[in-house]
Write a protein of this length. Structure first.
Length: 179
């Protein structure tokens, strides 16, 4: 028996995704509000369905051109599939228009890390802390950036902070022991 791809998701999301897929397969237009489309996009991101992720982004941009939350998701996709220059261009524009958006800062940090710009990644990770994002994840990512730079003292400090946020985080314990 095949695994249900909706197993870890609610019935409402399943209905939305199936409605979206039905629209595509029947080659017809259907209206979704921006929140619904963001949920659909997030589902495809989480399930690593790149083809449907691209389709949902394309349709979302058609209905809501220039909407920053959709542009952010597109930049996240570009970063994930190695289209780093395009991701950075989009994120740079989002940073100019939304300088206090922690999701933009977090995504910038990830892409900077991918390009080996570890100091810049640390800067953006620290900026993403401003509105109460998941501190444990951010601290652990900062620790990794310091490890890449060979600054093990700072790496330990941030691994300890991550561990304080999530005492069961094996990655933080491993980071401390490696440093």
């Amino acid at each position: 028996m095949a695994l249900d791809r909706f197993e870890n998701y609610g019935i409402r999301l399943k209905e939305l995704v199936l409605k979206f897929e039905s629209m595509l397969s029947e080659h017809r237009e259907q209206y979704f509000d921006s929140d619904e489309l963001e949920h659909i996009i997030d589902f495809y991101m989480e399930t690593n369905d790149i083809i449907m992720l691209e389709e949902s982004l394309k349709y979302s941009e058609k209905l809501f051109p220039g909407k920053s939350s959709i542009q952010l998701r597109k930049a996240q996709l570009y970063g994930a599939i190695g289209r780093v220059d395009e991701a950075m261009a989009m994120l740079g524009e989002l940073e100019r228009t939304e300088p206090n958006n922690s999701d933009v800062m977090f995504t910038l940090a990830i892409v900077c890390s991918q390009t080996g710009e570890h100091e810049k990644a640390i800067y953006y990770y620290k900026k993403s802390l401003d509105d109460g994002t998941d501190l444990g994840i951010v601290y652990e990512n900062i620790s990794m950036e310091y490890q890449y730079l060979g600054d093990y003292e700072q790496a330990i400090i941030y691994s300890k902070r991550a561990l304080k946020e999530n005492p069961k985080n094996d990655d933080s314990i491993l980071s401390i022991s490696l440093c």
